[in-house]
Design a protein around this ligand. Structure first.
Ligand SMILES: Nc1ncnc2c1ncn2[C@@H]1O[C@H](COP(=O)(O)OP(=O)(O)OP(=O)(O)O)[C@@H](O)[C@H]1O
Ligand SMILES: [Mg+2]
Length: 229
């Protein structure tokens, strides 16, 4: 599905330069459930941002299917991002003034989906994550686990092929984190490719494929058993 070839990311801070990613080459196949692991500062979020086309590499090539993403104009990159990717972040990133339902509807608004369909689809997605009784709540009226479930519903609103989750359970107690993991796993079983950053070794073991970063370098990538191949 996607392939990174010698991807580098250097942040230029004037007198110092930070090599956040150094020559990363890897492949993620359609249907994979991949975990990115590594110590703080090792480049995990940077890698997620590049894969999600939220940021661009300073070297190397990124192929999505057969498109050379590095060569596409910004507008086309944005179109691919909105149509094919769903994002989940550690801090949920919901709009505080919008209800659960409105947060889930927002990406569909950008995608030009008619309002009736937006509402129906948002309600269905919130139902699927167990929040049918919380549709009109603002994020501040929801628990952390509920907010993250709204974020998952939102990430699914445009029916993505790839979900990118950066420490999705990082701000949650373990039982609520477990609910999030189960939702991600059931999405993967339905065929959605999932790439997740985690610090939690037991979560890493549940992924089919583990990518380990150290100091911006790929230090290992391995397949766990035959869980999803
Ligand atoms: N905008 C930026 N400007 C300069 N340096 C940056 C920037 N963003 C990240 N870095 C540096 O790049 C390196 C990788 O950062 P990144 O956020 O990818 O790490 P991470 O593995 O996600 O860490 P964590 O587990 O703490 O989230 C770090 O050394 C960080 O300080
Ligand atoms: Mg990070």
């Amino acid at each position: 599905m996607l392939r990174l070839e010698n991807i580098c990311k250097q942040y230029d801070l004037g007198d110092t330069k930070v090599d956040a990613l150094k020559n990363i080459s890897l492949e993620i196949k359609r249907g994979d459930y991949a975990a990115i692991m590594g110590p703080s500062g090792s480049g995990k979020s940077t890698m997620m941002h590049i894969i999600g086309i939220l940021d661009s590499a300073t070297g190397g090539k990124y192929y999505l299917e057969d498109y050379d993403i590095t060569a596409l104009p910004d507008k086309e990159q944005a179109r691919i991002r909105n149509k094919h990717f769903g994002f989940i972040f550690q801090s949920f990133n919901l709009f505080p003034e919008l209800s659960a339902m409105e947060n889930v509807m927002l990406p569909m608004t950008y995608a030009g989906i008619p309002v009736k369909e937006r509402k129906e689809r948002a309600a269905k997605l919130l139902y699927e994550v167990g929040l049918e009784h919380r549709m009109t709540h603002l994020p501040t009226m929801l628990s952390g686990g509920e907010q993250q479930r709204v974020a998952i519903a939102r990430s699914l609103s445009n029916d993505p092929d790839l979900i990118l989750a950066d420490e999705p359970t990082g701000n949650l107690p373990s039982d609520k984190g477990e609910e999030i993991m189960e939702i991600l796993e059931s999405l993967n079983k339905r065929g959605v490719t999932v790439v997740m950053v985690t610090h939690n070794p037991s979560q890493g073991k549940r992924a089919g494929y583990v990518i380990e970063l150290r100091d911006g370098e790929l230090c290992s990538s391995s397949t766990n058993g035959d869980s999803n191949v």
